[in-house]
Write a protein that binds this ligand. Structure first.
Ligand code: GLN
Length: 390
């Protein structure tokens, strides 16, 4: 038999998705892969039921159904504070996962360098390998997860083609300030690099923090590929609806990449999701309020159990410190946690470039009773998991 492709040798399957399978195996409360266990908004589901009897069963336009792009352009223009052309400045993709991959393939050549902040969402490593790019990792230093301007500039001096910016950030929960974004913007300008954003948590931000769209910084529209999705905003992660927003000369290229990768996102789901895109501002305020309450509930529970953790400014993840258990392998810790305590988590090492093994990631995009169930199980943590030699 001939050998399989070399490009697939450089990475394993997704640890995040693997932890979901392990959680199911042990019937654990799955706080690993980030997705809600509550229903999407009723109006979207009602529209989905209607759509099944309407004429949306064949391909939509490859770069997105007209109706969907118009509703999306209007909504994003409102939040970004700039006009967006639904015909020339949007490609609709199968989730932001495809958006990020298509964005990478649109801007990088094999051998090009790409800056990635660490810790990072694990897909970016695989995206880089699949598109032939070499990641340059720049650390976000805990506990505030801030970056050193010198370290970032040193990375830019290697002449990367692009920087990947996850904001609000998974897994750190960092929301980049306008001043921090301006530092990145100045460097992107000076060293002539693109910026590819992942802004899927744009509406899940905790006051007083505010989301600033990178593309809205002076001079940045021209060099930014803004990627996001409807998954988290409307609790429809299984619908796989994402998009890239960028100037027409970039979108023309991204349309081609997307067309040959997947042809298009599911037409009936695009049509049903238009209902969500047309929600007014009250919906987004309510979403932020709901997640603020969940964050407070969950973090208070962790505090009561005296488990040290990060304080997310946005997104719905929290990193827990497991140093006291003295495990060499955080993956093994997560397996024991799922089996003996009944809570599914993601090992922190799958997000860090640096050798970090003392953190695990949990998410709190769950119904309150699910969160209480997880906290009740975590009460037994120190009884059920005995420290290894520390
Ligand atoms: N973003 C989610 C997480 O970090 C998962 C997304 C996915 O698995 N596609 O858990």
């Amino acid at each position: 038999m001939p050998a399989l492709s070399e490009r697939t040798l450089g990475f394993t399957d997704s640890v995040i998705r693997r932890m979901t399978r392990i959680s199911m195996e042990y019937d654990a409360v799955n706080l690993s892969q980030g997705f809600p266990d509550f229903d999407p908004p009723r109006a979207i589901l009602d529209r989905l039921a209607e759509v099944s009897n309407e004429d949306f069963h064949q391909y939509s336009i490859t770069w997105g159904a007209q109706n969907f792009r118009e509703a999306l352009a209007e909504k994003q223009a409102r939040f970004m504070g700039r006009p967006i052309d639904p015909n020339g400045e949007i490609v609709v993709t199968c989730g932001s996962t495809e958006a990020m991959m298509a964005a990478m393939m649109s801007v990088v050549n094999p051998g090009d360098k790409v800056i990635v902040f660490s810790p990072f969402y694990e897909n970016y490593g695989a995206d880089a390998i699949l598109s032939g790019a070499q990641p340059i990792y720049v650390p976000l230093h805990p506990p505030a997860f801030d970056f050193s301007v010198d370290e970032l500039e040193a990375a830019f001096r290697q002449h990367p083609k692009a920087l990947i910016l996850c904001n609000p950030s998974n897994p750190s929960g960092k929301v980049f300030t306008r001043a921090e974004l301006q530092v990145i913007a100045d460097l992107a300008q000076r060293y002539d690099a693109f910026v590819i954003t992942d802004e899927v948590y744009e509406h899940i931000v905790y006051a007083p923090h505010e989301h600033v769209y990178f593309a809205t910084l002076p001079g940045m529209w021209e060099r930014t590929l803004s990627c996001s999705s409807l998954s988290k905003t409307y609790s429809i992660t299984g619908w796989r609806l994402g998009y890239i927003i960028a100037p027409p000369q970039i979108i023309d290229v991204a349309k081609k990449v997307h067309d040959f990768l997947t042809v298009g996102a599911a037409a009936p789901l695009q049509e049903a999701a238009v209902t969500g895109l047309r929600f007014d501002d009250a919906y987004y305020a309510q979403l932020a309020a709901t997640y603020t309450a969940k964050r407070d509930l969950f973090l208070r529970g962790l505090d009561d159990l005296a488990i040290a953790h990060t304080d997310p400014q946005g997104a719905y993840y929290v990193l827990l410190d497991i140093s006291e258990f003295g495990f060499e392998s955080d993956l093994e810790f997560c397996e024991v946690l799922a089996r003996d305590v009944g809570v599914g988590a993601v090992p922190g090492s799958s997000f860090f470039r640096e050798p970090v093994n003392h953190l695990i990631r949990l998410h709190f995009a769950k119904r309150d009773d699910t969160l209480y169930d997880a906290l009740n199980r975590l009460e037994h943590l120190r009884k059920r998991i005995k420290p290894r030699k520390v």
